[in-house]
Design a binder for this molecule. Structure first.
Ligand SMILES: [Zn+2]
Length: 121
């Protein structure tokens, strides 16, 4: 269960739908997005998301668990009808349940464990 979101680490950005580069620029005259990598007009930029959350884990009650979530997991947490420019409502993610997710331990000090979700192979 998610009980806290590290808002400073939650962000989204747009990448080119053709080469995946995140260097998009807006043309001043036409307002079109142009990719600085492949120089093509990006009609449908792909939104990438990153979010780190603090979660309570059933069998690790005494630890503070921070998880760097995969994009798919973040997507599944977000309400589907809120894909507007303003982003998403962070409070809607709180208290939702995630997983089970597969994670690797990145860091551990005292009672803090920092996990990173990995894609199941
Ligand atoms: Zn590109």
């Amino acid at each position: 269960m998610i009980n806290e979101i590290d808002e400073s680490s939650a962000y989204s950005w747009d990448v080119c739908d053709q080469c995946g580069l995140d260097r998009l620029a807006e043309k001043t005259n036409t307002k079109e997005l142009v990719c600085l990598g492949c120089k093509r007009v990006v009609k449908h930029p792909v939104t990438k998301m990153k979010m780190e959350i603090y979660a309570s884990v059933t069998n690790l009650k005494s630890n503070r668990i921070k998880i760097d979530l995969l994009e798919d997991t973040i997507q599944s947490l977000l309400p589907e009808d809120e894909n507007d420019e303003e982003g998403y409502d962070i409070s809607s993610v709180l208290n939702s349940t995630v997983g089970p997710v597969t994670c690797v331990v990145m860091k551990k000090n005292n009672n803090d464990i920092f996990l990173k979700e990995i894609r199941k192979s």
